[in-house]
Design a protein around this ligand. Structure first.
Ligand code: GDP
Ligand code: IMO
Ligand code: MG
Length: 421
């Protein structure tokens, strides 16, 4: 059985959760490898919606193992809330089927305070528009080598000591730079204690669990390639590597364990939060996508910015992630648009370029070069095969294949698990 990596090829919210849920049926284990509860992955089964922030999108399939890799940053309080919500729906969330890597770094209350304080201190144009979940500050502590890891849950004395040490430095910042009240280490410990104790049975060696799996392992990416800390539209990015090589390092397996790589591609482009977006539309077509696609963030509820499909962005995603196939989602949202535009290049500093510029905020200064295609009117939400698609929809998909050099393997025409072929 082939292991599969699913990743976002744009700026997140491409529909990764839906496709992971669908592919989970044939997998033995589903593992998250980066990000945290900045993610919001939506699953719809028999009309019922379920949004997951931390727990892998395979959880609705009984018996499948759900693993949290070392590359994730985990908020223990949020994780427990998610466990409770699923448990209330009668879903098994016991430690028999779920594991958190002992190496996973932990988001503490003070990380969220820093996240908010930093954003508040920025001018409007400089704001990243983070999700406010403490993601960046937690990854900073990891790199700074003062982070708290899930393994520390089992050692209360060490945990207390690490919280105290972390706050010695942070309280200086709170007091003298951010104008925030200093935080007391014992208060922090008390705030997380019950969640921390509850999670102890879930701690394990995710690397070994993957190695010992009898069937296929499904690696679930969060965010998208252009939010990657190295390759995204820096500094308007998240704080982890969202690209597929991190599926290996973020879980503890070898790159040779990654067989199929599926790029999730929304049929148009969206972005939530700040940062440049070359094909963004502020006209009636953009409004149509936003409304018809219900483009509101699954984590923060913010309106998502919408625009035409950007193949410059997509080609960069192909180069960085090596997809073996594309999964095109939300094709149904395009029905009813008279003319479809595909961005095939950028004008930048008097030249045509075919990959995003690498200068700071370079994408803010490009002009998209478009190819135009005729749209289709038919409602395609009931379509279940290529043969049933309107001719112009097939042409649209074929053109994406031609320009990216990657075949479309999956087409999604609605939010429900079954609206896929
Ligand atoms: P993720 O973060 O990549 O998992 O994506 P989100 O869940 O944040 O956002 C995708 C949204 O689109 C969710 O509301 C999904 O239910 C919905 N969705 C997924 N695929 C389709 C599709 O093919 N058509 C439509 N109309 N909605 C879809
Ligand atoms: P999923 O997995 C879309 C964006 C935020 C902000 C930037 C940095 O659902 O696709 P952070 O809180 O990570 O420091 O915010 O990244 N962002 C996402 N946008 N989908 C996501 O996840 C995102 N996770 C973070 O809006 O612009
Ligand atoms: Mg999302």
């Amino acid at each position: 059985m082939a292991n599969i990596v699913v990743f976002g090829s744009q700026w997140g919210d491409e529909g990764k959760g839906k496709i992971v849920d669908m592919l989970a049926e044939k997998s033995e284990a589903i593992v998250r490898f980066q990000g945290g509860n900045n993610a919001g992955h939506t699953l719809v089964v028999d009309g019922e919606q379920c949004i997951l922030h931390l727990i892998p999108s395979g959880i609705l399939h009984p018996g499948k193992k759900c693993l949290i890799g070392n590359g994730v940053v985990l908020d223990p309080v949020v994780f427990c809330e998610e466990l409770d919500k699923l448990d209330a729906k009668g879903i098994d969330v016991s430690a028999d089927r779920m594991m958190i890597s002992k190496k996973t770094h932990v988001i503490m209350p003070y990380h969220k305070v820093i996240d908010a304080a930093r954003e508040a201190a920025k001018s409007d144009s400089a704001k990243i528009g983070t999700t406010g979940r403490g993601i960046g500050p937690c990854y900073e502590d990891k790199m700074h080598r003062c982070g708290i890891r899930a393994a520390d849950f089992a050692d209360p004395a060490l945990l207390k000591e690490k919280i105290k040490t972390a706050l010695e430095e942070k309280n200086v910042l709170f007091k003298h730079l951010y104008g925030v009240e200093p935080i007391d280490a014992d208060t922090v410990y008390d705030e997380v204690r019950s969640s921390v104790e509850r999670l102890i049975p879930y701690l394990g060696d995710v690397s070994s669990a993957i190695q010992q799996a009898n069937g296929a392992v499904l690696f679930e990416g969060a965010q998208g390639t252009h939010l990657d800390i190295d390759h995204g539209t820096y500094p308007f990015v998240t704080s982890s590597n969202t690209v597929t090589p991190n599926a290996a390092s973020g879980t503890g397996c070898s790159p040779r364990d990654l067989d199929r790589i599926i790029a999730i591609v929304k049929a148009y482009t969206t972005r939530v939060g700040g940062g440049p977006f070359a094909t963004e539309l502020e006209d009636a077509d953009g409004k149509y996508m936003q409304e018809k696609g219900h483009e509101f963030g699954a984590t923060t509820g913010r309106k998502r910015r919408c625009g035409w499909l950007d193949l410059v962005v997509l080609k960069e995603s192909v180069r960085l992630n090596g997809p073996t196939e594309l999964a095109i989602t939300k094709l149904d949202v395009m029905s009813g648009l008279k003319e479809l535009k595909l961005c095939v290049a950028y004008e930048y500093k008097g030249e045509q370029i075919f990959y995003p510029p690498q200068e700071q905020n370079g994408m803010a200064y490009v002009t998209p070069v478009y190819e135009s295609m005729p749209g289709w009117d038919e409602d395609i939400t009931g379509v279940r095969s290529w043969d049933e698609l309107p001719e112009n929809a097939v042409k649209y998909l074929r053109r994406i294949e031609e320009i990216t050099g990657v075949k479309v393997g999956i087409v999604s025409v609605g939010p429900d698990r079954v609206q896929t072929f």
